[in-house]
Design a protein around this ligand. Structure first.
Ligand code: NAD
Length: 354
């Protein structure tokens, strides 16, 4: 036997696929991938954090249908799922800043909205890929988080934990619908997925630091900066999501999809400055100031990707340097289109990318 990863048999079936949250960061990359595979794609998105501009490259594709609406509206969800045989459920209130500031909105969308999607999928006998998060592991700093690792969450009265709480409930709903009502569902847990089109507006560290480096502003690193993460590139994660969705062995199972390299946020900031040839400094900001008094962050979050690797050959390929350059090129292209273009400095490193 060779060491080549075992993939499921080539699936040449095309689908009519609903992507909730398809105008968002991960969703728009997924939509493009599904269109390239030949699917008809329906996007349901209320454009709250996503944008039609994220799908500008696919807007003319006759196999893409856009619906502006909320997953909180059961009628809208039913209409969007009409004739669809599978759903990738990504619509969610996302981002630490947004969750801390508007916990009620997050809870409603992430719990009630998800149940609407799951029940509509049962009615239409559509399969579901539920997109969950490494946040469900909370403060567990295990060397490699496995899918069955314990969850260690903080005080449920702290709004900071409502996202992890709601996503955990989503997974429990999905599993219960699978076991009790026959829903064909698989779950993926994304770990700090990054890439072009991710916005820093809601507290995402990667685009924020890259944007600051491009502007020549100080890179604001929260806490002591020694907390570590494993960033994964959206272009590695999206094809794995599709392969997991169509593999019957994934039914009722959860899969980590994370990056391979553990890096502290301080080192990430240094690497961004170096890669972009930026003149910026680094400024440490206490968490109390960045979010709210008593804010808790994870010191470490490292995935064990072996379950997804064994199933569909998932292996992160894209280097951090490549992702930094791609995110910077994307931010520059978008800022050029906006009316309040930022003063850009130190972009010499990007000459080959733009
Ligand atoms: N990016 C990451 O690092 C990461 C990590 C873990 C999990 N995830 C999950 O991946 C999914 C996509 O996240 P993202 O990073 O692309 O964020 P995003 O904010 O870009 O995408 C979320 C999308 O959902 C839409 N949306 C929000 N509320 C809605 C509603 N009520 N009805 C319809 N649409 C609604 C938004 O407009 C947006 O387009 C989410 O479920 C998120 O929890 C992302």
């Amino acid at each position: 036997m060779s060491g080549v990863p075992i993939y499921p048999p080539a699936d040449t079936t095309t689908h009519r696929t609903l992507v909730t949250g398809g105008a968002g960061f991960v969703g728009s990359h997924l939509v493009e991938h599904l269109l390239a595979l030949g699917d008809e794609v329906v996007v349901l998105d209320d454009l709250s954090t996503g944008s039609a501009r994220n799908l500008a490259g696919a807007a003319e594709n006759p196999r893409l249908q856009m619906m502006d609406g909320s997953i909180l509206n059961t009628k809208t969800v039913g209409q969007a799922m009409e004739s669809c045989d599978r759903v990738f459920h990504l619509a969610a209130a996302v981002g630490v800043k947004l969750i801390v500031e508007q916990p009620l909105r997050g809870l409603r969308i992430n719990i009630h909205g998800t149940e609407n999607v799951l029940t509509a999928a049962i009615e239409r006998q559509a399969s579901v890929l539920l997109v969950s998060t490494s946040e469900v592991y909370g403060k567990n700093t295990a060397d490699r988080l496995r899918e069955d690792s314990d969850r260690i969450l903080g005080d449920p009265l702290l709004s900071r934990w409502t996202y992890a709480g709601a996503k955990g409930i989503d997974e429990a709903f999905a599993k219960a619908y699978c076991d009790q009502e026959g829903l064909d569902v698989a779950i993926v847990r994304l770990f700090n997925t990054v890439g072009p089109r991710q916005t820093g507006r809601y507290g995402m560290v990667f685009p924020n630091l890259v944007g600051q480096a491009l502007r020549g502003h100080p890179l604001t690193v929260f806490g002591d900066g020694k907390q570590t993460r494993c960033f994964s590139a959206v272009e590695d994660v999206v094809p794995a999501m599709v392969r997991i969705e169509r593999d019957p062995r994934a039914r009722g199972q959860a899969y980590n999809l994370g990056g391979a390299r553990e890096i502290s946020i301080l080192d990430l900031a240094r690497e961004i400055i170096r890669t972009l040839d930026s003149r910026s400094d680094i400024e440490l900001i206490p968490y109390d100031q960045a979010y709210a008094p008593g804010f808790e962050d994870m010191r470490r979050r490292v995935p064990d990707n072996s379950k997804a690797n064994a199933l569909v050959g998932y292996e992160p390929q894209t280097s951090l340097t490549t992702t930094i350059l791609r995110v910077a090129a994307d931010l520059l292209a978008r800022e050029r289109l906006s009316s309040d273009a930022m003063p850009l400095v130190g972009t010499g490193a990007l000459r080959g990318v733009l």
